[in-house]
Ligand binder design. Sequence first.
Ligand code: WT7
Length: 649
Amino acid sequence: MSSQSLYKVSGNIAANALVNNDQYKKMYQESIVNPEGFWREHGKRIDWIKPYTKIKKTTFDDHNLSINWFYDGTLNASANCLDRHLAEHSDRVAIIWEGDNASEQRKITYGELHTQVCKFANALRSQGVRRGDIVTIYMPMVPEAAVAMLACARIGAVHSVVFGGFSPDSIASRVIDGKSKVVITADEGMRGGRAIPLKRNIDDALKHPDVTSVEKVIVLKRTGGKVDWVEGRDVWWHSLVETASEHCAIEEMGAEDPLFLLYTSGSTGNPKGVLHTTGGYMVYASMTHEYVFDYKPGEIYWCTADVGWITGHSYMVYGPLANGATVLIHEGIPNYPSPARLGEMIDRHKVNILYTAPTLIRALMAEGKQHFDKYDGSSLRIMGSVGEPINPEAWRWYHEVIGHEHCPIVDTWWQTETGGILITPLPGATDTKPGSATRPFFGVQPALVDNMGNILEGATEGNLVLLDSWPGQMRTVYGDHERFVLTYFKTFRGMYFTGDGARRDEDGYYWITGRVDDVINVSGHRLGTAEVESALVSHELVAEAAVVGYPHDIKGQGIYAYVTLTRGTEESEELRQELRQWVRKEIGALATPDLIQWATGLPKTRSGKIMRRFLRKIAANEVTNLGDASTLADPAVIETLIETRLNRN
Ligand code: WT7
């Protein structure tokens, strides 16, 4: 992270970008000094049914926390993504879709997308979905995933998208929390040449004894693979839309009415349902999409994220579609069937803007440049990175091999909770430094604090907090407002705590150093160590488990588990494999531990608290300077763990 080389804004970008550095500074200043005036103006980028007169009522004081934006206005998110474009751009392509197998291609215009959404929205109504209901969506990366989301938004239902890689248990807990009456899925999804049994996972999830709310399962026929069928419960997507009307009036939603729920991991307990509302979210998602990617009408924009993550919500669906963009959606993974796929797709579709994750770049890097020998890349103008800190080597490789040294990189820092990008370069305004997310977006006030909550000035390092609200901020943890207040506003009074650490350099640029809580980041996906631990200890042969992240070349962080077996159980390679499969089945593939170390004991304080800092260091193979072990109940435990550690190179 020591790299201080500067990549200056230059060329066409500098000449034609939406904002240059002086404009950025002026706008940023105004957004902080006069937030009401700033957002009164920029809120107009969205179509309102009843225009707002109230702009902002927010306080981070944990005793009367309040987050309200544009709060007397009304609107509909689906109308903003579709209807508003029909008069002039009905024939513009909204979605270009490429299947896992590249021979499958589709193009859907804004007019067609509008029709599909209206029909499916009517279908949802016919299945009993009403305003305010929570609809669970478990879909592959096909245009119908966006159709399902927008159809919910059209009728005022709240969608809860569950990532297609999650297990039946994970689906069940989300369905239970949201009391969904209707679940939308597909027979199967295709990823990297393999069929993913989505419908079967839903069937298994709904067998969970605590799932009592589900009345209907709507199934999209994607592959035609064989599925079990529950008469009276399961209905085919195509038979519903066949007879549905293509006229569907929009529901008039309040700015602060919920738009969607998305579950994300925290440092304790079950994933929390992050709730986003309509008005502020739409303003923020569309504005950041336009400014951060310097989006110009007609450009082809490709975000490689899955719709099951916040990036898929804000920067594949809501932001770009609100801006009338042409969005490329890819069903599969960008390095299948070979690492050349990414370059082939950029060239095939003349992609202008690419938004992807460091883990993919590192995976491609490991395969070698030769896969890009035939890659032209001349269409590409801007490239984004998201999900985890991007190491300078990967940044440079991205810049050279994919961007041919002429595409600015926007390293965008944000979270599920923030709804949109908070710290990022702007292509025409910000000179970049590999590894730094650089400066705050308009209206965003980051600060660094020490562990007591004192604000630190100048070039320094600390806990990353935000001092005031921005329109895209989450409003609550669904069903548990206490947890919302506790998680984000109590650690440092009067501030939103991100859970990240960061460094600020002499130019005021931010360098995110990673999570400072018990959350790990595997390939840009967030996982609570507590979730993996609780999956492990639910196995009958496991007495105790402690999970930490460790540096991993491709994934950023890998999962390192210390496992104590029940008395008399023999350690074996088979059991290790079994435990890995077990966690995979409990949570999903991305939670599979990379390394499992057998531990006869774990380092604990005298009061029984596991001292994770030792475990992190041993997992990282940093065993020479472990720090003060005097508070441990049994310091000898550490020696044994060091001797039997696994990650030695
Ligand atoms: C956590 C949020 C935001 C969509 C994808 C992840 C890490 C995210 C960056 C970045 C360094 C980053 C942080 C953050 N993170 N982007 N550009 N540089 N770290 O969303 O699952 O809610 O995870 O991802 O640690 O807190 P998420």
